[in-house]
Write a protein that binds this ligand. Structure first.
Ligand SMILES: [Zn+2]
Length: 136
């Protein structure tokens, strides 16, 4: 669900730029500790597990399961027409990570259903990972 005309994420922040640079290439990337492989989400400049400052961006599959969702019935911004559905997904290859997305309308959803990453092009150089039902 491309939120054209809506708020844009800051894509050049030192702590999060790798996520958005990867998204612009069609890759879902998360910050990972190079020493102990802990996934650092939310991304940060050091590892909360081992204290290392050696962190990197690694690609993940983009496969996930639906963790939760809610339907937004009242329109708050023109860029997000109501109804729309905000989803929370759990990554299959990083189960400690939950990411959010937004689907148009009121799709038929059930807990734990397979989801896959998509990429919304919001503006020049601004791409946001989003989610859709796998196989839809
Ligand atoms: Zn570490």
């Amino acid at each position: 669900m491309a939120a054209t005309g809506g708020p844009l994420p800051v894509v050049n922040d030192p702590d999060t730029a790798g996520h958005f640079e990867a998204a612009a290439r069609g890759v879902l990337a998360l910050c990972v500790c190079s020493k102990c492989a802990t996934v650092l989400h939310l991304p940060r400049a050091y590892c909360f597990n081992c204290g290392s400052h050696d962190v990197e961006w690694r690609a993940f599959s983009g496969a996930a399961t639906l963790y939760s969702w809610t339907v937004v019935e009242r329109q708050l911004m023109a860029a997000f027409p109501a109804p729309n559905t905000v989803v929370v997904v759990q990554l299959d290859d990083a189960p400690s990570v939950h990411l959010i997305g937004q689907l148009p309308g009121r799709p038929e959803l059930r807990a734990s259903m397979p989801m896959r990453v998509t990429f919304d092009h919001l503006a020049d150089g601004v791409v946001m990972p989003n989610w859709e039902v796998a196989g839809a």
